[in-house]
Design a protein around this ligand. Structure first.
Ligand SMILES: *C/C=C(C)/C=C/C=C(C)/C=C/C1=C(C)CCCC1(C)C
Length: 245
């Protein structure tokens, strides 16, 4: 990566085929824009949705800050910013679990449901980190443990207690819950693909799509998409209320 000095200081040049650098850059901007959108709209809807939209904004904001560092790390070091990546995930993925709890609170969701999902997500991410950065030789084993934790999360929200609560709540909450479930089943499944693309000797760069590009696409879809589902719930549920009032 070639460097040149500008009047602004040291700026690294981005090659036109540097898809990783490009997606870090665009991802950073998209996360910032989404955060501003969520923060500014949080007071426009019923009070009970305020925290949910705030958490949507926190998820994209935390990601924006990490993308800023990851973009920089990639541009100067030229390696995958695995450490920053996992710090970002270990903060934002549990917050996504909190979102499930917050929208199901109307149906009487208990904190134990939230802590169970948070616990599973931390197991999923810590084992993934070990497989990616600490014990590469056993990447398959750590990936497997991580995959099992992921599977339990999918089971819990699709068929377990969370599903029952969503059905009790019905209406807009039920449909938001369903959409979030699809994000976890399909959107989150992008990550194990990235992991496989990044493990030497597996599918190193699935047809040129490197691990970081796959992770960056996954993050944009999941973090911004998740937030928009919650935002949409607040909009629908608030206007429904004012019609019946
Ligand atoms: C905003 C960030 C999100 C939603 C990150 C989600 C990450 C995952 C669902 C990661 C899952 C993994 C596996 C299921 C197995 C291989 C290791 C991981 C950590 C990539």
């Amino acid at each position: 990566m070639e460097m040149f000095s500008s009047t602004m200081g040291l700026v690294s040049k981005m090659a036109s085929n540097d898809y990783v650098g490009f997606t870090f850059f665009v991802g950073c901007m998209a996360m910032m824009a989404a955060s501003v959108f969520f923060f500014f709209s949080m007071n426009s809807y019923d009070r009970k949705w305020r925290t949910s939209i705030l958490v949507s904004g926190l998820i994209t904001f935390i990601a924006a800050v990490h993308y800023w560092y990851m973009r920089d790390y990639w541009a100067t070091v030229g390696e995958s910013p695995t450490f920053f990546r996992y710090v970002d995930w270990v903060l934002t993925v549990p917050l996504m679990c909190v979102e499930f709890f917050l929208i199901l609170k109307v149906a009487g969701a208990k904190k134990t449901l939230m802590w169970r999902l948070i616990f599973l997500s931390v197991i999923m991410l810590v084992t993934g980190y070990i497989g990616e950065a600490v014990d590469r030789d056993n990447a398959w084993l750590w990936g497997l443990v991580s995959g099992i934790a992921y599977f339990v999360i999918v089971y819990d929200i699709w068929l377990g207690k969370a599903k029952k609560l969503a059905q009790e709540a019905g209406g807009a909450v039920l449909s938001a819950h369903k959409t979030l479930c699809w994000f976890v089943l399909v959107g989150w499944a992008i990550y194990p693909l990235g992991y496989m693309a990044g493990t030497p000797g597996w599918y190193d760069g699935l047809n040129g799509l490197s691990m970081d590009v796959i992770y960056n696409i996954g993050d944009a879809i999941n973090k911004i998409g998740f937030g928009l589902v919650v935002y949409n719930l607040a909009v629908t549920a608030s206007s429904n209320n004012s019609q019946t009032a």
